[in-house]
Ligand binder design. Sequence first.
Ligand code: AMP
Length: 218
Amino acid sequence: MTATPPTNFDQLGLKPELNAALAELGYEEPTPIQSQAIPAMLEGRDVLAQAATGTGKTAAFALPLLHRLGKSKAGPFEARIVVVGPTRELAMQVAEAMKRYGQRLGVSVLAVYGGQEMSRQIGPLKRGVDVVVATPGRALDHIRRKTLKLGSVEAVVLDEADEMLDLGFAEDLETILNELPEKRQAALFSATLPSRIAALAENHLKNPVRVKIAQEVA
Ligand code: AMP
């Protein structure tokens, strides 16, 4: 990692397709969480980040993971990046952001959440999806039905991890994480880091880079 966090997107060395998407969105410079988390994640490191909504946390994990995604396509019912978040709203929002960032790379993204008919999700899952953004309960439903296979996942993100624990998803998360390949990148983002989050990180992140940010995007 560089001693001074990068202050513009060019310094981060992201693929031109991603930089073009950022320019189109009008992002001029990385937010503090982005300039700290992106270099570490680009190196393939695990990251434990304390960051609230509004800090630019979504792009902080989405950009480096999309940059690192290889060219090979996911097979039927497979995914290559899995993001797990507490609510349907967050899943939809993160999926939308990842679609926008990844559009020029031809990345396929699917939000998978409770309350929507399984059949509407199974069709796209069957074709294989680069990025699945899911709520924990529905992710587990698909894993049990084998309509979501985690054997070739390259990276996992737990987004708003404290919220997921507050909603009672601890066991579901453990089950999901244990289904993932041993060799994969992991990032945990949480507004707060109580001991239960520290334990989750201890069990599922490998020597993570720690990032802590309080302020919101101006
Ligand atoms: P998040 O914390 O991920 O929910 O992001 C909060 C908002 O900030 C979203 O509307 C993003 O589109 C926006 N945002 C994220 N990164 C940047 C950036 N570097 N410059 C300007 N806006 C950003």
